[in-house]
Design a protein around this ligand. Structure first.
Ligand code: SOE
Length: 387
């Protein structure tokens, strides 16, 4: 019998993110044995009883529900984890908070700022623990990038640039909407690459480099009409297929961001580079254990880009894993987020990014979309960002 305090999780949604989170819950206590809390995979919920039972069997959930309202009504659930398409985030999160449950929500927090604001209001009124799964922050090399910037090694920062490139929607025959393709449907997703991919880049950027003050953006929808899987009709495409924006950060640096699902050859290429007066760093998701670092104060004859293999015990999270030199993967970012959430329950502090932090990211996303549609600069209204 474990002496740990149980955190009884009810997961809503059994797609790709349902799997990443479930893996986080099932692995965390093996690798973070010092934590006082341990997740108990109490229930999983999805509309199709057969499929949700198969998911429960595969991942070890003790029970199933086919209606999220029934899940929230249960008194053996402490935390509700939302992995549904974006259009269900607000309703579930608000109901869960009102029922006194802790809430973990997949990114982006919502489809719009208005929706996100209501979620923050409900969460803060209920005073329940919360977090939003902007998972890339918790890859060791990305955490190390923040540590290096916070240490002041880069000096004054001039530039922050990020890309998130994919190619899975190029075919005009790909339908929109419904299972597996809700990201293509503006009604379900809220937006295209801005909310799905740039939101990651914006979260990381503001975490490392502070608030984004204003933006100027351009978006494009390359395929204008697609068959809708649910209605069976060919309908206009409402999402942004590609988005490019530049911006000012509150610290005076300039930002340049690009995302597309039309970069043939790129599957999930998230990269960023930061240039400071003294040093620069860059990172690439396809080589996620490495951080590249250039330090101008190095002796001239050996000065150049260093490739740091972020696998040593004194680098973020890595003392939890194997031995120095052995890498970890994408899924570990979710295990780390579960660990940090459990830790926050012990300390009573927030687990960033909280709903409030994610609201700030949502404001930048909305300003980006407004800027693109109005062809003008937009203030984001974000003045600070929690770190
Ligand atoms: C889209 O393809 C997607 O799965 C995003 O929804 C995730 O947030 C991103 O991490 C990878 O790409």
């Amino acid at each position: 019998m474990s002496s740990k305090k149980p955190l009884r999780v009810g997961l809503v949604g059994t797609g790709f993110m349902g799997r990443t989170h479930s893996n986080g819950y099932s692995q965390v206590s093996h690798f973070f044995p010092e934590l006082a809390y341990t997740p108990v995979m109490q229930a999983v919920c999805s509309r199709n009883a057969e499929k949700v039972q198969a998911f429960a069997d595969q991942w070890g959930y003790k029970s199933i529900e086919t209606d999220w309202r029934a899940l929230i009504a249960r008194d053996d659930i402490d935390a509700v984890d939302i992995c549904t398409p974006n259009d269900a985030h607000a309703e579930i999160a608000i109901a869960a908070a009102e029922a006194g449950k802790m809430v973990l929500c997949e990114k982006p927090l919502a489809r719009t700022v208005a929706e996100a604001q209501k979620m923050v209001d409900a969460i803060e009124k209920a005073g329940v623990a919360n977090t939003v799964w902007y998972n890339y922050r918790r890859l060791p090399a990305v955490s190390l990038a923040k540590q290096i910037v916070d240490s002041g090694k880069l000096g004054r920062i001039f530039h922050y640039r990020a890309n998130f490139l994919q190619d899975w929607t190029i075919s005009a025959d790909l339908p929109q909407g419904g299972a597996g393709l809700w990201r293509m449907d503006a009604e379900a997703a809220g937006s295209g690459v801005t909310g799905d991919l740039l939101a990651h880049c914006i979260d990381t950027a503001m975490w490392i480099n502070g608030a984004i003050s204003d933006v100027s953006a351009v978006t494009e929808t390359f395929v204008k009409e697609r068959l809708h899987q649910v209605t069976g009709k060919v309908q206009p495409v409402g999402i942004d297929d590609a988005c490019i924006f530049h911006c000012h950060f509150a610290n005076g640096s300039l930002g340049l961001f690009e995302s597309t699902r039309y970069a043939r050859g790129h599957k999930a290429l998230y990269t960023f580079e930061i240039n400071g007066a003294n040093a620069s760093i860059r990172w690439d998701l396809h080589d996620l254990n490495r951080l590249e670092y250039f330090d101008h104060s190095d002796e001239g004859i050996v000065r150049g880009w260093r490739s740091i293999h972020v696998t040593d015990g004194d680098q973020p999270y890595m003392n939890k894993w194997w031995v120095p030199g052995l890498g970890i993967g994408y899924e570990h970012s979710f295990i780390h987020q579960v660990a940090d959430f459990l830790q926050s329950l012990e300390t009573g502090g927030p687990c960033h990014p909280t709903f409030r932090d994610a609201l700030e990211t949502q404001k930048v996303c909305e300003a980006v979309l407004d800027s693109a549609s109005s062809r003008s600069w937009k203030d984001t209204g974000v003045t600070s960002f929690a770190v």
